[in-house]
Design a protein around this ligand. Sequence first.
Ligand SMILES: Nc1ncnc2c1ncn2[C@@H]1O[C@H](COP(=O)(O)OP(=O)(O)OP(=O)(O)O)[C@@H](O)[C@H]1O
Ligand SMILES: [Mg+2]
Length: 254
Amino acid sequence: MIQRSSDSGLFKHQGLNIMTEALHKKYEIGVDSVTAVDGASIEIRPSMTAALVGVSGCGKSTLLNLLGGIDRPDKGSITVGGVDITRLSERDLEEYRLNKIGFVFQMFNLLPALTAVENVKLPMTMAGKLEKGERHCRALNLLQLVGVEKRAHKRPDELSGGEQQRVAIAVALANDPGIILADEPTANLDQANLRKILALLIGLASECKKTILIATHDPRVSSETEIVIKMAEGRISDVLKAENHIRKLVSLGE
Ligand SMILES: Nc1ncnc2c1ncn2[C@@H]1O[C@H](COP(=O)(O)OP(=O)(O)OP(=O)(O)O)[C@@H](O)[C@H]1O
Ligand SMILES: [Mg+2]
């Protein structure tokens, strides 16, 4: 599948190295505070697929948000392709989010008033790179890649959860980002579509040298990535090869 997409030139940009050092993020809610990320240091290289796992509330989405420039850490550095993004201005950070990062949101984040194809075209329009016709053509190609081309002219409320999830993946790929940060991208998919999306993400790493990090609760996903990064209470508790991660799950009876 990815062969077809790379043949047609949909993906050209290679990944960047991601390195974090001692990242901290605390949320203050009134007098309470939650340390969602507590000294996380990780490295993910181009061509690599990494799964980010751990119990609900351990900080996976928060870490992805920090890496994606959606939120800023309180302490620590995030070096992406040699640049510490924690030091970027708001404007440069916006440019980073738009062009370097493909973010698949846990809650999809599709604009309800726009159709599927319009949602996919939006980041391209914002980046201002392609001509109008090219944007439309690329958006349809991306929807085809994730198997929802027949729903191209439907709005999100006319789509199933799994269809919305796949449109959200097409949106993330719109500007051909080198880095894909996907927050539970398969949570609403049936087995066949899960396999298809996983093959797409793995192909983007192996064939297009992109950097892929996937937060997931699904061992079918974490068994296929190259490494598994385990989080517990905001910390990185383990980094394992996928096969060792699965062996541990089996021995724990999970
Ligand atoms: N905007 C926020 N304001 C306050 N607390 C937050 C906020 N976002 C997350 N948290 C808290 O930070 C902690 C980490 O949340 P996070 O969403 O990163 O977990 P997660 O590992 O992605 O969980 P899940 O598997 O359920 O998606 C949780 O205790 C959560 O309640
Ligand atoms: Mg989450």
